[in-house]
Write a protein that binds this ligand. Structure first.
Ligand code: YZS
Length: 259
């Protein structure tokens, strides 16, 4: 059974993450179902996509499935990782994607929300970046994504503290496009989606790709790339990496040694 529900009305496609038991964790099944839904809605000529959780969700998405993180010694976020795949698909989609956020957003799900083109949330839409909580190094494309959207200082605070960035602060920082009340979230989102759906899809498609290309135009020398990879290996080869995952699975607080 699919972990997402899809709807299409007035050229507005909706993808509903629908796995309440596991708090919409972005496991490979959820991601595959999302990719399929994106593809289907594009084929059915949707002009804009709304990505949301099931109604009343306390958690929009709990992020990467920690049970699917590889054991120590292997890159936890490789290019073909399900989470990385959905992030690239949303960023590369010719359709504008609106993240309609009700409930907490955790770890890689923050990157998912930020990969959408417009973010609309309620006061429950806190964003918590968790790599340091489970000793994961994150990765270059993700870190650049955060820096590009919120600047270095806020990105550092989110990654270092693993504390929630409240929806109010996210809106003040321009990370959330709109902060609305729970009872107006749906109508506000679909009204904006409707105004987008009325505009030229070709123009929007071309402008979205230009913005993506220009925003991601970072010259990276081979030396820089190799240094980044070497730094990440220090973490995912570490005892702390295994400890972070085992602590989560064992439902206990991790004890980090710094090695
Ligand atoms: O015990 P059962 O089988 O009922 O399953 C529980 C949780 O184990 C499961 N679950 C997860 N399973 C795998 N990976 C996850 N990320 C994950 N999150 C939750 O869902 C069932 C219900 O969870 P509860 O904890 O009982 O639900 P609740 O008390 O409502 O708390 C919800 C939250 C989301 C606050 C809590 O589940 C939580 O803190 N989950 C971990 C959130 C997290 O740290 N996500 C980041 C994962 N890491 C990444 O995305 C990247 C690798 S990184 O860290 O680099 O950003």
């Amino acid at each position: 059974m699919s972990m997402v529900l899809t709807q299409l009305r007035d050229n507005i496609g909706t993808i509903i993450m629908n796995n309440p038991e596991q708090r919409n964790v972005l496991n490979s099944k959820m991601v595959n179902d999302m990719l399929q839904a994106l593809d289907e809605l594009a084929k059915k000529k949707a002009r804009v996509i709304v990505l949301r959780a099931y109604a009343g969700a306390k958690v929009w998405s709990a992020g990467h499935d920690i049970n699917e993180l590889p054991v120590a010694g292997r890159d936890p976020l490789p290019y073909d990782d399900p989470l990385e795949t959905i992030l690239r698909s949303i960023q590369a989609s010719s359709l504008p994607v609106i993240a309609m956020i009700e409930g907490g957003v955790w770890g890689g799900a923050c990157d998912l929300a930020l990969s959408c083109d417009i973010l609309i949330g309620t006061s429950s839409a806190a964003l918590t970046m968790t790599p340091a909580k489970i000793s994961v190094p994150y990765n270059a494309s993700g870190i650049l994504h955060f820096i590009g959207i919120m600047g270095v200082n806020i990105a550092k605070e989110m990654f270092f503290s693993a504390e929630p960035l409240t929806a109010e602060r996210a809106e003040k920082l321009g990370i959330l496009n709109h902060l609305v009340s729970a009872d107006e979230l749906e109508s506000f989102t679909y009204e904006l989606a409707g105004s987008i759906a009325k505009n030229s899809p070709l123009s929007i498609k071309v402008i979205k790709e230009q913005i993506c290309l220009l925003a991601n135009a970072h010259p990276l020398t081979p030396h820089t790339f190799e240094r980044v990879q070497g730094l990440r290996r220090l973490v995912y080869d570490s005892k702390d990496y295994a400890e972070g995952i085992n602590a989560f699975i064992g439902k206990r607080l991790p004890v980090f040694w710094g090695e």
